[in-house]
Design a protein around this ligand. Structure first.
Ligand code: CU
Length: 113
């Protein structure tokens, strides 16, 4: 049940100015794909990456953006923060063997200005 007070509180929260601008991107991992398969981050802007496993156990390492190995397991979101320092397109492979499709499990990261 939603009270009028909580509705008003939500409206106030939605109307509040954004204090910090931070990219937040959710990436899900299942056998054998990251979704979305490509994410775009901005150079020198802190980004929050939320990895959510929906099937199997996977891993991701993206040294080009300063992300050391993150293990992604089902039903346990893992949030990491990165600040990309290089422009480019980087392809990361799943870092934990997860089965027959493991070799084609890729996440492409574009870092733009
Ligand atoms: Cu894998």
């Amino acid at each position: 049940m939603t009270s009028i007070a909580s509705t008003l509180g939500l409206a106030a929260a939605l109307a509040a100015p954004v204090v910090a601008r931070e990219q937040s991107t959710m990436v899900s991992a299942k056998n054998f794909a990251f979704t979305p398969g490509t994410i775009t981050l901005k150079l020198h802007q802190r980004a929050k990456l939320v990895f959510v496993g929906t099937q199997g156990t996977h891993g991701i390492t993206i040294p080009e953006i300063g992300l050391s190995k993150v293990i992604v397991i089902s039903n346990k979101p893992t949030t990491v923060e990165v600040t990309p320092a290089r422009i480019g397109s980087f392809v990361a492979r799943c870092a934990v063997y997860c089965g027959i499709g493991h070799g084609s499990m890729l996440l492409k990261v574009n870092v733009i200005k």
